[in-house]
Structure formats: C-alpha cells, structure tokens
Ligand binder design. Structure first.
Ligand SMILES: C[S@@+](CC[C@H](N)C(=O)[O-])C[C@H]1O[C@@H](n2cnc3c(N)ncnc32)[C@H](O)[C@@H]1O
Length: 183
C-alpha cells in the first residue's frame, strides 16, 4: 500500500489514546514514519514499532521510549512479537488479513485495539484501490465480534485528513473478566 503518510496522527488514534493505561508497551504495527509511535511516546508510553522498512522512521522523543523492529509481516516468517502482549495495538492504513488472529491474541487483558484503514469504495477517491487492501463492509466489527468489546466503530466516507472510504474501530480485550469497559 503506498498511500501518502502525514506526520500528523489520525484523529481516531488521538481520540482513543487516553484509554490506554500506564505501564506495559504499545504496539504500532506497520508503523511507517512513526507518527503514532511518536505521538504515544510523547504522552509517556513505551512503544514497540514494527515495519518492514524503518528507514523513514524518525524518532522525536527519548530513545528509551522506543523499541524498533524491522520485520516483514507478510512473508510467512514467524510473528515477530512471539508471545508478547500489549496494552494497546495501533494499526492504521494497513491491512493484511492473515494477521488478525495474531493481533487480537497480542492484546493483554484490558488491552485496546485502535484500528483504522481503507474500505471498499475507496478506489473512487484514490489509493489503495486493490480489494486486498480494502476492508469489506463491517469487516472490522466481524473480526472483533465475540473476542473484544467494541467501544466505537465507524464506516463510511471521511473528509479528514483526505477524502477516503474507511473503517475504524476501538475495542477492548475484556474477554477474561467480562466487566464493562471504562470509556
Ligand atoms: C500506508 S503506510 C501506513 C503507515 C502508518 N501506519 C501510518 O498510518 O502512518 C503502510 C505501512 O505498511 C508497511 N508494510 C507494508 N507491507 C508490509 C509488510 N509486509 N511487513 C511490514 N510492514 C509492511 C509499509 O512499509 C508502510 O510503512
């Protein structure tokens, strides 16, 4: 996927980042230039940032807040995070469906998934246009159903930061104790 990356964090990430608890690490998967890793490190989280190409990653904050892992997530090699669990996982503008189970499994108890990417219909407005990189209607809801508690879900044409058809979800891993999520 070769969509334009801005340095500004997405509003969806900014909106739900306050739900991420202190302690433990946040995973920014397919992190690109690190805009979300930097945003989260900037508010005090330790961030593990993974991408197949970290050459464009620019650390803004203190090195102690970052763990960078260069890994191809789609080449059939082992999931690079092994059995680690994260208090939050951020995935934006990236879709590789076979990773869904590993992503959900990597959420710690109370861990928060913040996911936003492009949906079918986006081709009219630009890239990505390949259906492999476009969610089907309600797909993120289906992925989380019966596994995570959904806090918010949106789907449709958005104008910001550019006109695009997207889906976005925030969901919490409360499956192990069944209590309501604080929002
Ligand atoms: C559109 S960018 C999104 C970057 C970032 N999440 C953001 O929103 O700013 C997609 C990212 O996915 C990464 N990517 C694509 N295929 C990958 C793969 N097979 N393994 C790891 N990262 C991959 C690219 O290197 C790129 O940084």
């Amino acid at each position: 996927m070769n969509t334009h990356q801005s340095d500004k964090p997405l509003d969806w990430v900014i909106r739900f980042a306050p739900l991420i608890h202190a302690g433990g690490a946040v995973l920014d998967l397919a992190c690109g230039n690190g805009r979300h890793a930097n945003y989260l490190a900037g508010v005090g989280h330790i961030v593990t940032a993974v991408d197949r190409n970290l050459s464009g990653f620019t650390r803004i904050g203190n090195n102690d807040f970052y763990e960078l892992i260069e890994a191809d997530l789609e080449d059939g090699s082992e999931w690079p995070l092994r059995s680690r669990r994260f208090k939050a996982i951020i995935v934006t503008n990236y879709l590789y469906r076979p990773l869904f189970p590993a992503i959900i499994d990597a959420l710690d108890t109370n861990g928060i998934l913040i996911y936003e990417t492009f949906s079918l219909g986006n081709a009219k407005y630009g890239r990505p246009s390949n259906p492999d990189f476009l969610l089907t209607p309600g797909e993120l809801l289906s992925v989380c159903k019966n596994k995570l508690r959904v806090i918010a879900f949106e789907e449709g044409l958005i104008e910001n930061p550019t006109r695009a058809v997207k889906q976005r979800i925030c969901a919490i891993n409360r499956s192990r104790n069944g209590e309501p999520a604080s929002i």
